[in-house]
Design a protein around this ligand. Structure first.
Ligand code: CA
Length: 232
């Protein structure tokens, strides 16, 4: 699963340069041009990481950082602040408001990419590693294999991507719309019902040779992968 990065930058040329380079590295990128837009978009896309400019129109970067940290779903989202200021006091203020790292402009693209990988590895090991284990389920992304309780599970490509996404956020409840965006992409038109069909297939495949259903249906909210709270 490609990590989804929200880039918040009002300088158009830099925003496009960041998007280009991050996409080349295999990240999915969404741009926001000011602090207000960033807060709305972050809620919609639930990014895996936020690159946040300090000097932004409408709502300053540091305030965006502070407000994101107050939201339960964004509390642990890695945030790297970008700024033209090299001031040590600002750096500390940024980190105080919950930023995970800090880059002073101008920075090299290689340095940015290295920091981004380091932050993702530290905070979301599941995004950087090929093999992810949640409960009795193991997914090996490099080999494209899934096992439950040591037994091979055969999944279609969409079910594989669904499981991959769930495995990165165990216990978190996703609406059908969020799953559509994350697994099918926001540019594709797919009915929300389609999600139910693929969840059904994923469930049958996972539960074929094992006891307990690791996928929880949350009425009127959506689905979550919750192997610790299985409904037998
Ligand atoms: Ca700026």
């Amino acid at each position: 699963m490609t990590p989804h990065v929200l880039v918040v930058e009002d300088e158009e040329a830099l925003a496009l340069l960041l998007k280009y380079n991050l996409e080349k590295e295999g990240y999915k990128v969404t741009l926001a041009r000011d602090g207000e837009e960033a807060l709305v978009v972050a809620d919609e896309i639930r990014p895996d990481l936020v690159l946040l400019d300090w000097m932004l129109p409408k709502v300053a970067g540091i305030e965006v950082c502070r407000r994101l940290r107050l939201r339960s779903e964004a509390r642990n989202t890695p945030i790297i602040m970008l700024t033209a200021r090299g001031d040590e006091g600002d750096r500390i203020r940024g980190l105080d408001q919950g930023a995970d790292d800090y880059l002073t402009k101008p920075f090299s693209m290689n340095e940015l990419l290295a920091r981004l990988r380091a932050v993702l590895r530290r905070i979301r090991p599941g995004l950087a590693e090929d093999k992810v284990v949640v409960g009795d389920i193991t997914i090996d992304r490099a080999a494209h294999r899934v096992k439950r309780g040591g037994k091979e599970v055969h999944l279609g490509p969409t079910e594989f991507r669904l499981l991959e996404y769930f495995m990165q956020h165990p216990g978190r409840v996703f609406s059908r719309e969020q799953l559509l965006d994350a697994v099918w992409g926001s540019d594709v038109y797919v009915e929300a019902r389609t999600v139910d069909v693929h969840i059904g297939r994923l469930r049958r495949a996972l539960n074929k040779d094992a006891d307990g259903d690791p996928i929880r249906t949350v009425r009127s909210a959506g689905y979550s992968l919750d192997p610790e709270n299985q409904n037998a």
